[in-house]
Design a protein. Structure first.
Length: 94
């Protein structure tokens, strides 16, 4: 029964983490179409000027541009795997 709870938590985290991340980025102005005008992201970008490739700002824009489906694959699946391993490890050791 405990294993099913761990698996449930892993699946939930694999969906909740990327969904929350995409929703947060969208609320701040990072969208699939680019940075929204007059948003927090636009203010940050104006302060940065030229955005460097590989910067945190560029990473946020890339992640937001992916959309939810790829976000679940790139972030959710690894998150679910980590939660599973940690949960099962704790169960085995206890």
């Amino acid at each position: 029964m405990k294993v099913m709870k761990i698996v449930g938590a892993a699946i939930a985290s694999g969906i909740v983490v990327p969904t929350t991340a995409i929703a947060t980025l969208s609320a701040l102005g990072w969208t699939a179409a680019g940075v929204a005008a007059s948003s927090a992201a636009a203010i940050i970008q104006a302060g940065i000027g030229s955005v460097a490739a590989g910067s945190a700002f560029a990473a946020a824009q890339s992640f937001a541009a992916l959309g939810l489906g790829p976000a679940i694959i790139t972030v959710g699946v690894p998150t679910a795997a980590v939660v599973s391993v940690i949960g099962l490890g704790i169960e085995i050791l206890s």
